[in-house]
Structure formats: structure tokens, C-alpha cells
Design a protein around this ligand. Structure first.
Ligand SMILES: [Zn+2]
Length: 220
């Protein structure tokens, strides 16, 4: 018997990965061949609070924008409140989707960087976000996932899709440099080089078996 921690599904077959989330399956001791799905529960109050939570955040955005707009000056603080409210909702929605934890981290990093850039635009001082936060966040995430793959080779595929995603994202700071949107160029350049290097590594390094696995998963 095998078990997926993320989806709470038991498997009684030779699969190595969960068919729902692609996560690595854990071996459990039991050998009986009954499928155990989690008990179906009635959609309860949590659904209500879930919606109330999103609704209150959206109300907060609109009320803040209105109050700030009413004084006739350019919008300032309400933009930050709005971005923060939307950030909370998006993070909440993303984290509510059951998936591998590295995917959650990668998504969180990208959403956080995006929000910080928006806040930078709102306070009309975006250089710190574009020059430092963006490249360093991407680089540390890339480094972290690379390290995970090196340490735990058996689970490489779980981390692989996160890595491809984040390295493609890491090419953007280089683009910002080219478009002259950055003031301090070296962090973006380093991030661009690091991402390109990792992407090449992804293409060149994998063994034959991992390439086969890759093709199998994507039906190439
Ligand atoms: Zn699963």
C-alpha cells in the first residue's frame, strides 16, 4: 500500500507518484487491497468563512480607494492597502490548492515579489523592488530548489517543474536591464546569468533515465 500525503489517497498498485498531484507516494505497512478515500464531508461553515474572508478583503480595497480618492489628491496609502488585501486573498487561494510544497513556495515567492513591485509603483519608488528584491528572491529560490534536487535525487521530478518555472522567471531581470528599467544592474545580471546557467544545466545534465521519465510524464 502506498499513500499520498497531499491528497490523502491510498494506492494499491505499482505507481511511484500520485496521479492527482504528481507527489511522491509514501509506503505504508498495510497490505489490504481496499481503497481508502477520505470521508466525504458536507460543505460546512468553512466555505462560508472562506467567502466572507474574500468579500471583506474586497470591501476593504474599495472603501480605502474611495476614502483616498475623496480628498482629491493622487492616490497613495489606499493603493498599498488595496495591494496588501489582494495579496492576502491571492496567497490564500494559492495555498488552499493541494500541491507539492516546493510549488507553493515558488508560487508564494513570485506573488510576493509581484506585490512588492506593485507597492513600489504605488509609492512611486520602485527601484529597490526591481533592483534588489526581484533578482535576489528569484536567485535564492532557484538555489534552494537546486539544493533540494541535489540532496534528494529520488524526488527530483517533484522539484523539477518548480525549478524550470522559477529559472524562466529569472530571465526577466535581465530583460529589465536591457529595457533600462533598473538603476543598479549587477543583481539583475547575476540573476540572469544564474538562471541561464541553471536552465542549461536542466537541459544538459539529467541522466538518460530522467529524460525518459520526463518524456513519459509529458507524453512527448
Ligand atoms: Zn497526491
Amino acid at each position: 500500500m502506498k499513500y499520498c500525503k497531499t491528497c490523502h489517497v491510498h494506492y494499491d498498485n505499482t505507481l511511484e507518484h500520485c496521479i492527482l498531484c504528481n507527489g511522491e507516494l509514501e509506503k505504508t505497512g498495510e497490505v489490504e487491497s481496499t481503497y481508502k478515500f477520505p470521508e466525504a464531508k458536507k460543505r460546512s461553515k468553512s466555505r462560508f468563512f472562506y467567502r466572507l474572508f474574500i468579500f471583506l478583503n474586497l470591501v476593504s480595497v474599495l472603501v480605502s480607494l474611495y476614502i483616498d480618492f475623496a480628498d482629491g489628491l493622487p492616490l497613495t496609502w489606499s493603493l498599498i492597502v488595496g495591494i496588501t488585501n489582494i495579496y492576502i486573498v491571492v496567497m490564500f487561494l494559492v495555498l488552499a490548492v493541494p500541491t507539492i510544497w516546493t510549488h507553493r513556495i515558488t508560487k508564494s515567492v513570485i506573488i510576493t515579489v509581484g506585490s512588492l513591485i506593485l507597492i513600489g509603483l504605488a509609492i512611486r519608488d520602485v527601484d529597490w523592488a526591481l533592483d534588489y528584491v526581484f533578482p535576489f528572491a528569484i536567485m535564492s529560490n532557484t538555489f534552494f530548489i537546486t539544493l533540494l534536487i541535489l540532496v534528494n535525487k529520488k524526488k527530483w521530478f517533484d522539484y523539477f517543474s518548480s525549478l524550470i518555472f522559477i529559472t524562466i522567471f529569472g530571465l526577466i531581470p535581465g530583460l529589465l536591464n536591457v529595457l533600462n528599467l533598473t538603476n543598479v544592474q549587477w543583481p539583475s545580471l547575476v540573476c540572469f546569468a544564474f538562471s541561464t546557467f541553471t536552465l542549461f544545466g536542466i537541459i544538459i545534465l539529467p541522466s538518460k533515465s530522467s529524460r525518459e521519465e520526463f518524456k513519459r510524464r509529458f507524453h512527448i
